[in-house]
Design a protein around this ligand. Structure first.
Ligand code: SF4
Length: 285
């Protein structure tokens, strides 16, 4: 094991696509495909610093970089790094694990934002890309390809050539939580990053689709904090539930709910490929 910047790392192991060797968790700016951070990207160690670094992030790219090195939630930092160093799924035991918060993925000029729940321990926490490396992502990216938002139907890992057109994907909580259950405090802290995302997208943003209720509530919380006009009482999440939010300049942004793409929903038929396609197509102008 090696300790660098106070982070215990193991490896190196070869990246499954490029073959390049990486420590786990991946050091910022060490060449991982799609890593938005540099070795000197500022690190948030608590909630107050998240607020400061989010508020001062000048661009979406810098915001992604700062998110990707965040260490503000001790329980989640411990979990994501322990999975990356000691708790890997057996089938991925010889792969490097990202072990950091999941940065946004997709088209930086998108007018459509998808907000998920949180990374999976052996999915995004391994691959470093939103919804990548697990069954949820397989379901989502196949639908994005069928509906014309993605250039290929699969998302294997950073470096596989996948590109999105018109859509950007973020999570309400950027670190993998134990049992997929972030605490209220963790959700509140991470909502600050989401809020800055929305602020930087500004009046370019046209529609937000949330996958599940946690993303829905996270968007409502973040937009309320930003001073957007949110309907009262706050609309409840539901599949294809829709409402309209207004930015402080009066710009309307559609908010659309969609059941989460988790195996719990897709294996039981609660969310079918056709339902997800219809939801995605409804986002078009
Ligand atoms: S969940 Fe969000 S705020 Fe908490 S450590 Fe991860 S990126 Fe930072």
């Amino acid at each position: 094991m090696t300790a660098q910047d106070g982070v215990v790392r193991v490896g190196p192991d070869p990246h499954p696509i490029t073959g390049d060797p990486f420590l786990s968790p991946v050091p910022p700016g060490s060449g991982w495909p799609g890593d938005p951070a540099a070795p000197d990207t500022p690190v948030a160690h608590d909630e107050a610093t998240v607020h400061e670094l989010a508020r001062t992030a000048p661009t979406l790219g810098e915001l992604d970089a700062r998110v990707s090195v965040c260490r503000a939630c001790p329980r989640l930092v411990d979990w994501r790094e322990s999975v990356a160093t000691q708790g890997r799924r057996a089938s991925f035991a010889h792969e490097p694990y990202w072990g950091r918060p999941g940065p946004s993925f997709g088209d930086p000029a998108a007018d459509t934002l998808i907000v998920g729940l949180a990374p999976a321990a052996n999915g995004t926490n391994r691959t470093g890309r939103m919804f990548t490396g697990d069954a949820s992502g397989d379901f989502l990216y196949a639908a994005l390809h069928r509906t014309g938002y993605a250039n290929q139907p699969t998302s294997v890992g950073a470096g596989d050539g996948l590109a999105l057109n018109g859509i950007r994907i973020v999570a309400a909580v950027r670190c993998a939580p134990p049992e997929n259950k972030p605490t209220a405090q963790e959700k509140a802290t991470c909502a600050t990053w989401l809020g800055r995302d929305l602020e930087l997208l500004g009046d370019h943003l046209r529609v937000i689709m949330t996958l599940g209720a946690i993303g829905w509530n996270g968007v409502l919380a973040a937009t309320t904090t930003l001073g957007w006009t949110v309907p009262k009482p706050k609309p409840k999440f539901g599949h294809l539930t829709e409402t309209t939010l207004h930015t402080p300049t009066g710009h309307p942004v559609r908010l659309v709910g969609c059941f989460h793409v988790s195996p719990h929903n897709t294996y039981t038929g609660r969310l079918t490929p056709g339902m997800l396609d219809d939801a995605l197509l409804s986002l078009r102008p």
